[in-house]
Design a protein around this ligand. Structure first.
Ligand SMILES: C=Cc1c(C(=O)O)[nH]c(=O)[nH]c1=O
Length: 313
């Protein structure tokens, strides 16, 4: 099958990329993504200043038997905005598009970073993270509709170019409606990435009767098989409600099967998190081959032919 596609009028060689935060915190990881089969890539969500993040253990893979997943409370460790801007200025955009993810600790920090990104005149695509669940004392902007509205107004007037947002999962039709109503008031919000991890889950080790991770009494963001149905619901909910925006799907993708489901639900690109963390950048070629085989089997030549074509009963 032909996996080439378009994203915001940009030609993309295939729809698969990393999820922000995974295999994208330091230059060696970013270079590995640039050299990998991924059709695009995104940098670790950054803050204005570098951060160490939360105490370890802060990431654990949940690979007992089924289901496969992860829990993390990294706490937004990152090298600081200037580091990722420096990478953006040396990235080979002919090879693949680069997204820069921002997760400022304050609105001012976000606006400062956005001003610098705009002044840098880089082709990098801005993804504003509204959904980090792991900074102690910070709630997720995506769950505070008033501050989300304010942030989108400020970013739109400050950045004055198309950008996207990374949303937390929603679990209620009224919340899909309210979030979409806000997003649709900002034409510069060109894409929506659904979903971030399911925040503040708790995984317990039965033998030791202890939490798996240290930060926040063991509460952390859930990824992997556990989140696939919620991720598909959020992709489809925003696909239905935001006809003028592009959807990027993230959550529970570990093979061509889940990538296909995300595209069927309405995603144009798909992001891999937990499985990339565990398998490394070789996963992209495997998922692409699996996706292509499924498309051949079903008789789809391109992803456009089935994107958003989920049938209901
Ligand atoms: C940006 C911080 C995030 C983090 C983190 O750095 O703890 N983990 C997530 O699962 N999602 C995030 O958005």
């Amino acid at each position: 099958a032909d996996l080439t596609t378009q994203f915001l009028d940009l030609p993309v060689k295939n729809p698969v990329m990393n999820a922000a935060g995974v295999w994208c915190s330091v230059a060696s990881q970013l270079e590995a993504l640039a050299e990998s089969a991924a059709g695009a890539m995104v940098t670790k969500s950054c803050t204005l200043q570098p951060r160490d993040g939360n105490p370890e253990p802060r990431y654990r893979v949940l690979d007992g038997d089924k289901p496969f997943g992860s829990i993390n409370s990294m706490g937004l460790p990152n090298e600081g905005f200037a580091y990722y801007l420096r990478y953006a200025q040396r990235h080979d955009y002919e090879e693949k598009p680069l997204f820069v993810s921002l997760s400022g600790l304050t609105l001012d920090d976000n606006l400062t970073m956005i001003d610098s990104l705009k002044d840098a005149v880089t082709p990098a695509i801005l993804e504003v993270n509204l959904s980090c669940p792991n900074v102690p004392g910070k709630s997720q902007i995506g769950y505070d509709f008033e501050s989300m509205d304010t942030l989108l107004a400020e970013v739109s007037s400050g950045y004055q170019r198309p950008f996207g947002v990374k949303l937390p999962p929603y679990f209620d039709m009224a919340h899909f409606d309210e979030a979409a109503e806000i997003l649709n008031r900002y034409p510069l919000v060109a894409f929506v990435t659904c979903i971030n991890s399911i925040g503040n889950a708790l995984v317990i080790d039965l033998a030791s009767e202890t939490t798996l991770i240290k930060p926040k009494d063991g509460f952390g963001g859930l990824g992997g098989d556990y989140v696939l149905p919620t991720a598909l619901a959020n992709v489809n909910a925003f696909y239905r409600r935001c006809p003028n925006k592009t959807i990027i799907g993230c959550g529970g993708i570990k093979s061509g099967r889940e990538a296909f489901m995300h595209i069927l639900a309405g995603a144009t690109l798909v992001q891999i998190g937990t499985s990339l963390y565990e398998e490394g950048p070789g996963i992209f070629q495997r998922v692409l081959d699996e996706l292509s085989a499924i498309m051949d089997e079903k008789g789809y030549a391109t992803t456009e032919e089935f994107r958003g074509k989920l049938k209901t009963l």
